[in-house]
Design a protein. Structure first.
Lengths: 489, 248
């Protein structure tokens, strides 16, 4: 009887994470383990120039001497870095020239995930999909990038990182590692050594990118990590809006995702970077499996009046460790961080932002909405630092936590450092429990318990959802609902 | 329509309803009056299924359907509506979104099609006009920063849009000034119909000047201790609840 019940529950659990399927496809792997040869193997696979290999090897040497950080409020057994695979790619002859040459299994995967890869269909309105360019990254390689031609006409470069290293070495050499230095932290350093693929965007001066850009990351292979590297440069007066989506199959072992994202905004440029992260969170009851999402994201508002906004909806991963940050170097530069972080089951999240004010008159806004349910741990960790030259810098922080149920926890750790007397901080923080009274009120009006929770939670996160591009806001709203299924009662 | 037999209910260890029986036939408006602590609000929560209000004995049926076996939202789908004494604030959820979501949730349970956004807006505009409500207010998060009177008006607005069969008004008059009381009462009266019924809970006669009840019941110490026509309310206004409180 117990076995039957377990099975029933397991099946019910499977349905909750709808992206948990595995694509059966022939793949090519690097030998297990990590040493100089692994790094060289990856570099060779990517046909990289010598300078890139040298960069990677130096990062590897530095990483070998570093320790895994332990200050975040998350706990996990030590990771055996020799027991993982650092490169996994779908087998292909030579990179596919067009979609017709892409393995149909891969196309099916993205179709199943609802990601439009067929430009013609998108253009013809066949799929009714929103019109945005996609770079699809499957394990260690970018499978396809859409709308490249149309973007090229506007002067926008949107391609995989591997391609950028080969085709645009001058841009890559100038900017790679200029925002997140190789030795910035343990995971960023590891990424620098073994990064596989990711997206590269360059928007030339004065150009407003004609469409939303997006990258869709998919981890498929078992026992492999994903180490993507994204670099976005908005030149003077340019504008670009970029969205990143992530999913992975359900597996019993933990998989490491250690990405690095670097954004550079020059004078008067603006970058909007949105993330909808839905990596497999692990089994909600046992906590088994799930992605370790240890990511370094940082923007350098290098030019005067430049502007970067991070919007993130974090619902997946067993453990999240990420702090999308802004270095506000330019005068009157602006940094924004809007975040929804939801943890359920046994998930752990330690996430927040850093706003480093260097330029005079720089401004930053932080709005963080943390929702904890089940037996999860959800921490906001933030740093607002105003340096001596940042006269009249301002920060506004609002940090709200919502607790659902009695076995979860929310923690808020805001650091504020002022090294300049003429600056302004505003900080608001609240922690509330989803109120029984509100729930009853909504249910008296006819909403089921789950519908009531969804409505109340969507109300709680509304300020942030409004910051997402329209078509993704709807998706995110659904995702919020799915993540909280079964969180009450 | 509503039939309550020997209802016993408690909150925690405290028994509050002690054998309450009441019949409200379709088409009628009944008033429940009584001193503080008599169990008036408890009655409204027990009927609507608020967690924490435990029925230990008796029965409550709406058109023969056993309410006590249903969840709060299932009761709402049956056409039961409570106008709260203290309406809740729902941050981030515009009033219109809230009501439309609720209406469609109820319709789904009843197997009816969803109301389209344009149809809903049309009806909402008409209801808002009847209740002399500023339509922009309905785009704001429900009840957040509303005055007491505005919240009560919003309850009646929701009631009008959800079009329930059985309505419970819990001290709807509190917090309303004379003009608002008249407008809200007109809204309530507009919902009177031969196939509907209402239970109006109040302390004061003045609401009953506007919403004329067919029957008046006195609730004291968890039971109905007296029932009569509208004149009973006038007598209570004159003489107070003393003799009933003692009788209980």
């Amino acid at each position: 009887m117990a076995a039957v019940k377990d099975t029933v529950e397991q099946v019910a659990g499977l349905e909750k994470y709808e992206h948990g399927f595995v694509t059966e496809i022939e793949q090519e792997f690097a030998p297990k383990g990590l040493d100089r040869d692994t790094v060289a193997f990856i570099s060779r696979k990517k046909e990289e120039p010598d300078w890139m290999l040298a960069w990677r090897l130096e990062a590897f040497e530095r990483w070998s001497a570093m320790e895994s950080p332990d200050w975040a409020r998350v706990s996990f057994p030590p990771i055996d870095y020799q027991d993982a695979t650092y490169y996994a790619a779908p087998k292909a002859k030579d990179g596919p020239a067009s979609l017709d040459e892409v393995d149909p299994e891969l196309l099916k995967t993205y179709e199943k995930l609802g990601i439009p890869l067929r430009e013609q269909e998108v253009l013809a309105g066949v799929t009714g999909a929103p019109r945005y360019a996609v770079d699809a990254v499957f394990d260690s390689v970018s499978v396809v990038t859409t709308f490249k031609k149309e973007l090229a006409e506007a002067g926008v470069i949107f391609c995989s990182m591997s391609e950028a290293v080969r085709e645009h070495p001058e841009l890559v050499r100038k900017y790679l590692g200029s925002v997140v230095p190789v030795t910035d932290n343990f995971f960023a350093c590891l990424n620098s050594a073994v990064f596989s693929d990711g997206s590269f965007v360059y928007v030339p001066p004065g150009v407003r990118c004609p469409m939303e850009l997006s990258t869709y990351f998919r981890i498929n292979a078992a026992g492999s990590g994903q180490f993507e590297r994204t670099l976005i440069i908005a030149d003077k007066g340019a504008y670009v809006s970029y969205l990143e989506g992530c999913t992975a199959p359900m597996r019993d072992e933990n998989q490491l995702h250690a990405a690095v994202v670097e954004l550079v905004a020059l004078e008067d440029a603006e970058i909007k970077y949105s993330t909808v992260q839905n990596w497999y969170p692990g089994d909600p009851e046992t906590g088994k499996g799930g992605i370790y999402n240890f990511v370094t994201k940082r923007a350098d508002c290098r030019g005067d009046r430049s502007r970067v906004s991070w919007t993130q909806v974090e619902t997946g991963s067993a453990i999240t460790w990420k702090y999308p940050s802004c270095v506000l170097r330019g005068r009157e530069s602006v940094g924004e961080f809007y975040s929804i972080a939801i943890t359920n089951g046994r998930q752990q999240a330690d996430t927040g932002t850093k706003m480093i004010h260097l330029g005079a008159g720089s401004r930053s806004t932080i709005i963080s909405k943390g929702i904890s349910a089940g037996k999860s741990q959800n921490s906001y960790r933030g740093l607002v630092q105003i340096m001596p030259n940042a006269d009249h810098a301002r920060n506004f922080t609002q940090c709200d936590s919502l607790l659902i149920g009695k076995a979860c926890a929310a923690h808020t750790v805001p650091y504020i450092e002022a090294r300049n007397g003429a600056c302004t901080f505003e900080h608001e923080a609240t922690t509330t429990r989803l109120s029984e009274d509100q729930l009853f009120y909504a249910r008296q009006r006819g909403l089921s318990e789950e519908e009531a929770v969804q409505l109340l939670v969507n109300g709680f996160v509304r300020d942030v959802l409004q910051e997402l591009p329209m078509e993704f806001a709807v998706e995110a709203q659904k995702l919020v609902a799915i993540s909280l299924e079964g969180s009450v009662g | 329509m509503l039939s309550l037999r020997n209802l016993h209910a408690r909150v925690g260890d405290r028994e509050i309803l002690k054998g309450l029986s009441l019949e409200v036939p379709a088409g009628e408006v009944h008033a429940i009056m009584g001193p503080n602590g008599a169990g008036k609000s408890t009655l409204s929560y027990v009927l609507t299924g608020r967690p924490g209000y435990e029925v230990t004995d008796g029965e409550a049926k709406l058109d023969g359907v056993d309410l006590l076996g249903l969840e709060a939202d299932e009761r709402a789908a049956q056409g039961l509506f409570l106008s709260f004494q203290y309406p809740l604030e729902i941050p981030g959820v515009p009033a219109l979104t809230f009501v439309r979501t609720a209406l469609n949730a109820q319709r789904k349970v009843r197997g009816e099609p969803e109301v389209s956004a344009p149809d809903f807006l049309k009806r909402a505009r008409a209801c808002a006009a009847d209740l002399k409500m500023d339509f922009d207010m309905l785009k704001r998060p429900l009840n957040v920063g509303f005055s007491g009177g505005e919240k009560k008006r919003m309850e009646i607005f929701q009631m009008a849009l959800l079009a329930p069969r059985f309505m419970i008004l819990d001290e709807t008059d509190s917090g309303l000034d004379i003009d608002a009381l008249r407008i809200v009462s007109e809204g309530v009266n507009a919902l009177r119909a031969p196939d509907r019924a209402m239970l109006v809970i109040t302390h004061y006669q003045r609401l009953l000047d506007h919403i004329r009840p067919d029957r008046v019941h006195v609730l004291a110490d968890g039971r109905i201790v007296a029932s009569g026509g509208p004149e009973l309310a006038l007598e209570l206004e004159r003489e107070g609840y003393d003799k009933y409180a003692r009788a209980a």
